[in-house]
Design a protein around this ligand. Sequence first.
Ligand code: GLU
Length: 160
Amino acid sequence: MCGIVGYVGKQDAVPLLIDGLKRLEYRGYDSAGIAIATPGRVAIQKSVGRLSALEVRLAEHPVQGRPGIGHTRWATHGAPTETNAHPHTDDSGTLAVVHNGIIENYQELRTALEAKGHHFKSQTDTEVIPHLIAQELKDGAPSLEEALRRSLRKARGAYA
Ligand code: GLU
């Protein structure tokens, strides 16, 4: 069972996300990651294994910013590797997604997105979501919220 935390507010998101993920450790996980909106880019740090490994990574490569999202993964699609750890992004690296559950029709969605020029980095079902959102924005969705809504209409499964 994965854990998801998000933070919107005035403080630096990183320590709050790590604290939130620690509170969810009891659920079990194989890898962890965070995405932080820093000025000019979305910074992502991931690691396999315990959250302490992610903390070491963050100590070596400090990230600051807000808002942010964090995830502890329990792999269902793709091995527990750093590449497969969440967050996952679209090709531009500006849309970052964490996800709990399974997108059952991810293979057909992935094939259709690849035919439209999207490049996938992981073996996860999750990665179709940021690419779907990016495609909906390209196809004229008037807002991020609407692009997400349209994307999730295409996804089958049980997920958050
Ligand atoms: N199905 C997704 C994956 O394998 C999410 C797993 C989870 O809920 O942690 O990455």
